[in-house]
Design a protein around this ligand. Structure first.
Ligand SMILES: C[S@@+](CC[C@H](N)C(=O)[O-])C[C@H]1O[C@@H](n2cnc3c(N)ncnc32)[C@H](O)[C@@H]1O
Length: 268
């Protein structure tokens, strides 16, 4: 039986809607970019995604969030979702047959181009270009692991892409999911107050961002660089570019090298 996902955002505050109507089929939201999360902890959402610009955009229907409670697909009276690893060893593994039910429900309600992702320290490292590509899609479905992770057969059967937040191990995928959704949703049209801010910031042109300053002009004996107070916009742009290049070269030689390689490639 298909289970209704829990929705957050604009649809959640329309008190007159009945539960079935709170799903993606709601006409005004059918086209909104949608994050679907399969998790044992749906109550962890929207979490920080309900705050500030992200929360406002969620309420305004610029994007939507649906959680699928993995426990509700569990087996038996105790709704078991996991079992011991085949071959022995510590911990528990999320069962393929339980995940199949949840993924099936997600698929039934999904239209368009929607990457299916398992959050995993083994995966390709999440980065700005992945956020940009997800933002161009119709949404993303994120499977949050727990314990020792998920049965490998599920990943292979559905061709699920593994994506990591970084080279460290967390207890579950929920924090990684929120980080990746935040990075993606802020790229959607209308989410950031000032569209320029996404254009100039770190990684957008392959460079880290230049330093930022604000009032007071002098603090603890430290002054804001004169050029930033000069009013000469061409010089300011030149200074910022040079600083972005200096910071990228010294802190992230890997990014700098990539940029140099790209600059050498003949244009097609
Ligand atoms: C304790 S971890 C499992 C680690 C797994 N046994 C391994 O060694 O690769 C439990 C879950 O947390 C999530 N997780 C942990 N670290 C992560 C990371 N760096 N990026 C994304 N998800 C992570 C994954 O969903 C994972 O299934």
């Amino acid at each position: 039986m298909t289970k209704a996902p829990r929705s957050a955002g604009r649809i959640a505050v329309q008190a007159t809607l009945k539960p079935r109507e709170l799903m993606t089929d709601t006409p005004e939201l059918a086209s909104a970019w949608t994050a679907k999360i399969i998790t044992l902890f749906p109550q962890a959402f929207p979490g920080v995604l309900g705050e500030s610009l992200m929360g406002r955009a969620l309420k305004d229907g610029l994007w939507q969030l649906q959680t699928y409670d993995l426990r509700s697909y569990g087996i038996g009276k105790h709704r078991n979702v996991d079992d011991t690893p085949a071959g022995g060893g510590a911990g528990m593994v999320l069962r393929a047959d339980v995940l199949e039910q949840a993924i099936g429900d997600v698929h039934r309600g999904t239209r368009g181009v929607v990457p299916l992702v398992y959050l995993s320290p083994r995966g390709r490292r999440f980065d700005q270009s992945m956020a940009q590509s997800w933002a161009r899609a119709d949404g993303v479905t994120l499977l949050c692991g727990r314990f020792e992770g998920v049965d490998e057969r599920v990943l292979q059967h559905y061709g699920i892409q593994e994506v990591s937040l970084g080279d460290f191990v967390m207890t579950g995928g929920e924090i990684a999911a929120q980080a990746m959704i935040d990075a993606t949703v802020r790229l959607l049209p209308g989410v950031l107050g000032n569209a320029e801010s996404a254009v100039e910031e770190s990684f957008s042109a392959g460079l880290l961002e230049h330093p930022q300053y604000t009032k007071p002009a002098e603090w603890q004996g430290h002054n804001i660089p004169d050029v930033l107070l000069s009013g000469n916009h061409a010089k300011i742009a030149q200074w910022r570019k040079a600083e972005a290049e200096r910071i990228t070269r010294t802190r992230r030689p890997d990014l700098w090298d990539t940029l140099q390689q790209q600059a050498k490639k003949p244009e097609k």
